[in-house]
Design a protein around this ligand. Structure first.
Ligand code: C5P
Length: 209
């Protein structure tokens, strides 16, 4: 049997998380949201009152991370996402987390991984790659509605500015910048809902199987 790996990359709030979970469920694969590994590393530093820019310190934490203990609910805070993108620029941190991510991907029967560098760096041999995008305005609005829906408060212009800042940091870093793999299928969710994007992805995958 072949190891089925599906890679999804893209900027924040483009819908790749929801799409990944649906695909994993549909194809009976395990799913790893790799953003959580960077978030957990950042949160561990914050919780211990440690700086976010000490590479050896952060890499030590990254090496000790247990993938099974990652809890989205604990890691979803906006400031953790922001901190995650700061620790994510450090090559030693990436090295440690990428190693754990590859191990996850290599475990049968296969997996769906989503992040920023899955198709380009973590799993360059993935059978199928998607690059999921949407306009910054639409992504900011989705993030805004998500926060309001959870009973929180937010300002749309502020969310838009933060998203663009984080995208710029992710796309501009030297190590493993956010960008589509050459062989990625582009999925633009600006004008299509997640159901539609799922059908698009499913058709592409079924053709490749
Ligand atoms: O996707 P999420 O918002 O949880 O990711 C948080 C941050 O982690 C991203 O902004 C990015 O800097 C970093 N990240 C990364 N590579 C990945 C996944 C996330 O650099 N594969």
């Amino acid at each position: 049997t072949v190891q089925l790996v599906i890679a999804l990359d893209g900027p924040a709030a483009a819908g790749k998380g929801t799409l990944s979970r649906k695909l994993a469920e549909h194809y009976g694969l395990r799913h790893l949201d790799t953003g959580l590994t960077y978030r957990a590393t950042a949160k561990a530093l914050i919780d211990r009152g440690l700086p976010l820019d000490d590479e050896d310190l952060a890499a030590g934490i990254a090496r000790g991370l247990e993938l099974s203990g990652l809890d989205r609910a604990v890691l979803s805070a906006h400031k953790i996402g922001e901190a995650a993108s700061k620790v994510a620029v450090m090559p030693k941190v990436r090295q440690a987390l990428v190693e754990a991510q590859r191990e996850f991907a290599a475990t049968p029967p296969g997996a769906v991984l989503d992040g920023r560098d899955i198709g380009t760096v973590v799993c360059p041999d993935a059978l199928i790659k998607f690059y999921v995008t949407a306009s910054p305005e639409v992504r900011a609005k989705r993030r805004y509605q998500e926060i309001i829906g959870q009973g929180g408060t937010a300002e749309l212009p502020e969310i838009l500015a933060d998203l663009q800042k984080r995208d710029a940091r992710d796309a501009g870093r030297a190590d493993s910048p956010l960008k589509p793999a050459a062989d990625a299928h582009m999925v633009d969710t600006t004008d299509q809902g997640i159901e539609e994007a799922f059908e698009t992805a499913r058709t592409i995958i079924d053709k490749a199987l």
